[in-house]
Design a binder for this molecule. Structure first.
Ligand code: MLT
Ligand code: ZN
Length: 484
């Protein structure tokens, strides 16, 4: 729900004298937004957790322009907030309220510079939309496997800066594992030219990895060389009702042990989450005869022409039915049916939003502990707020569950959101006990900076602070994010 006051762009006059003219001369009128109506969409996040202000929005057209603009801002001591598709779940791309931070949107830098089907690489600029990158790879007969709900809006720069995960981590890893080389603009305007496409390159510190997961606090990712894979020739998707969380894990192991290279995604959903999707998402229908309390989505894919995936899917589901783990299952018979199954899963965030206020807990534990985590967190949350509705869903195959909580039906959303910290603490206590993480794939952003200090104390946070001070001594890059 929209509980925040309207966005407030600050007048560009609040920039140090002469800077706006210099930026306009450099980037031209398309490259500097000053009209409050144009700036407004850049000031709040998808979840409406934060609204900041910015005197203008910079939109450089290429790396050279960005580097020159960063030099001007750095010389004037102006803090910068990198922004891609602005789909952060943790306020990572939103400026603060001071009116001093300038949003720098990389969306005009959207060229795919190169695709090489022999090297299996693609070099894409930061502003390329993830879906566009996937389509370009497919057009060249290849696969760029990173896939997540916001892929129609999220950009390559954003998914790398946050080391996004999504649905296919179980098979292909996170964004970090898909990156071979990077080009970045440092906080002083220098360009780091690291767009190498090598599979082996042990030449000192792997600096490229500083910018992945750095969430824009160490500089701007301007382009990356990404790994591609052979395109799948066969895919199968099934939607299954399972007995409980343990049965979901057992089913995952059955598929993985038969052919782990075929498991592209293995997603868990609760009965509550599916009920919300059926209630709020137009055209959504349950592909099974009866409602259940637990479901999984299995997505198999292979580049083998005679992959035998249908036989594999049927054999494993049959075994699991006999073992009482699977209660019922539907296999998608067409692209449309496979898409409809995926939609039930992908629309969870939207369905939760439409149902009312909710609190997200993007946590991970070792895969073996997912069932225990879901059970213990759900019980603790309902005890904390009677009537609240746990909606655990997500990437069971890699141990990352969105342990989200929906407000009690009919309750006051603001009163529920006022308990956000208690809710997150409750989940985190269980997750910590199970050797997990408070942020699996959404990052730290602005929302979780206090958790970094709490969870990554001692030498870890000390080294992070020293790296930040060494790379960005003026503290101009995305201040207030990751480290407070
Ligand atoms: C997803 O996997 O759909 C998102 O990362 C989860 C969320 O919105 O909590
Ligand atoms: Zn997710």
């Amino acid at each position: 729900p929209d509980t925040l006051p309207p966005a407030e762009p600050r007048p560009a006059a609040s920039l140090p004298s002469g800077l706006l003219d210099a930026l306009l001369a450099l980037l031209g009128p398309r490259g500097v937004l000053t009209d409050p109506a144009d700036i407004a969409p850049h000031l709040s996040d998808w979840r409406n957790l934060y609204r900041g202000s910015s005197p203008c929005v910079l939109r450089p057209a290429n790396t050279g322009e960005l580097a020159a603009a960063v030099k001007l801002c750095a010389a004037a001591g102006v803090p910068m907030v990198p922004q891609g598709g602005n789909t952060s779940m943790v306020g990572g791309a939103t400026p603060d309220e001071s009116g001093r931070q300038v949003v720098v949107a990389l969306t005009r830098m959207n060229r795919i510079r190169d695709i090489d089907p022999v090297d299996l690489t693609m070099t894409a600029e930061a502003g390329v939309v993830l879906k566009t990158a996937q389509e370009a790879a497919a057009g060249a007969g290849c696969l760029f496997p990173l896939s997540l709900g916001a892929e129609g809006t999220a950009t390559i720069g954003g998914v790398l800066s946050t080391n996004a995960g999504g649905n296919t981590t179980v098979r292909y890893g996170n964004a970090r594992e898909l990156m071979l080389g990077i080009e970045a603009v440092l906080p002083d305007g220098q360009v780091l030219h690291g767009l190498r496409r090598l599979r082996k390159d042990n030449t000192g510190y792997a600096l490229r990895h500083l910018f992945v997961g750095g969430e824009g606090t160490l500089g701007f990712v301007t382009a990356a060389t990404l790994k591609l894979f052979p395109a799948p020739r066969e895919t199968e998707v099934a939607f299954c009702a399972v007995r409980d969380e343990d049965a979901a894990l057992a089913l995952f192991r059955r598929f993985r042990d038969r052919d782990d290279s075929a498991v592209r995604a293995f997603e868990y959903m609760s009965g509550t989450g599916i009920d919300l999707a059926l209630r709020h998402i137009e055209g959504a229908t349950l592909p099974l005869a009866e409602r259940a309390d637990h479901y999984v989505l299995v997505d198999l894919a292979t580049p083998r022409p005679d992959g035998g995936l249908r036989a594999l899917m049927e054999a494993v589901l049959e075994e699991a039915l006999e073992a009482g783990e699977v209660l019922d299952a539907a296999i998608g018979e067409s692209e449309a049916q496979r898409g409809a199954i995926w939609r039930l899963r992908e629309e969870h965030p939207e369905a939760q939003k439409r149902e009312g206020a909710s609190v997200k807990n993007d946590v991970s534990v070792p895969v073996s502990r997912v069932p225990e985590m879901i059970r213990r967190c759900s019980a603790a949350l309902v005890e904390l707020i009677p009537g609240s509705r746990p909606v655990p869903f997500g990437h069971m195959g890699d141990g990352n569950i969105h342990m989200n909580l929906e407000q009690p039906e009919g309750a006051d959303p603001a009163a529920f959101l006022a308990r956000s910290h208690d809710i997150m603490d409750t989940v985190n206590a269980v997750v910590r006990d199970l050797d997990g993480s408070f942020s699996a794939e959404h990052g730290v952003g602005r929302l979780k900076t206090d958790m970094v200090a709490d969870w990554r104390g001692g030498a870890e946070i000390d080294l992070m602070r020293r790296i930040k001070a060494a790379v960005d001594p003026q503290g101009l890059m995305n201040p207030g994010k990751v480290l407070d």
